[in-house]
Design a binder for this molecule. Structure first.
Ligand SMILES: [Fe+2]
Length: 232
């Protein structure tokens, strides 16, 4: 049964709409307090037909004529709600840059090579126990012009639909041991240290696959006490 009542997300977990060190939020962040509205649709169930995704879409390395460059990895995890119940058969979308730090997108004009075998988009469903798994290439850091020497730590964008609309989450997954974490205004827009840590995947030898790829675990909590931070 999807949750229909939610605990408020604690202070410091979701970033403030305007976080001055993250330059573009100064222009786009709303300056007035949000209005509370009645939104019965927030608890309406989201049902995704299994036909919405194909197994190939969970392998971001399988869409070119050849093998993408870079380190092949597998990312796996479990999506639960604030009471620890699995978020089942829910849609997850991921997007990321390639192993040289460039997105397959016309707006990305970073002077790094595109990879003709890597487009950086994937989608898949959680299973009956809330688990998901996808195969990709480890993304690289890239410069983003926010300030002098501004480089984003390597990350994968996640969009989760949950089982009801109120569980919608857009966030970013980071990699352990990256020296750029402490310098990144987006990562640090999450004020709560424990919440920030929850954005960093764990290296997982159990999820690694023989001579093929290393594994990372990234568990996600939708809404409430232990909620994963919302990073637009
Ligand atoms: Fe990004």
């Amino acid at each position: 049964m999807p949750s229909t009542r939610f605990t408020a997300v604690p202070e410091g977990v979701y970033p403030a709409p305007v976080h001055a060190p993250y330059k573009s939020t100064r222009l786009r962040g709303p300056l007035q307090a949000a209005l509370r509205i009645a939104a019965p649709a927030a608890s309406a169930a989201i049902e995704i037909p299994p036909s919405a995704v194909t197994p190939l879409e969970a392998d971001l390395t399988a869409h070119g004529e050849g093998t993408p460059l870079g380190e092949k990895i597998v990312v796996a995890g479990r999506v639960i709600d604030e009471d620890g119940r699995p978020i089942t058969r829910s849609l997850i979308e991921v997007w990321q840059c390639n192993s040289a730090g460039r997105y397959f997108h016309s707006k990305d004009q970073h002077d790094a090579p595109l990879d003709p075998n890597f487009f950086g988009f994937g989608k898949f469903l959680t299973d009956g126990d809330g688990r998901y798994r996808f195969v990709t290439i480890k993304p690289a850091a890239y410069p983003w012009g926010n300030h002098a020497n501004a480089w984003r730590p390597a990350h994968i964008h996640f969009s989760l639909f949950g089982n009801v609309y109120a569980q919608r989450l857009v966030t970013q997954m980071y990699f352990p041991g990256d020296p750029l974490h402490t310098l990144d205004p987006i990562f640090n827009s999450v004020a709560d240290a424990r919440a920030r840590e929850s954005l960093i995947a764990r290296f997982s030898i159990e999820d690694s696959v023989g001579d093929v790829m290393l594994g990372y675990t990234f568990d996600i909590v939708l809404r409430g006490r232990a909620s994963t931070p919302f990073i637009p």
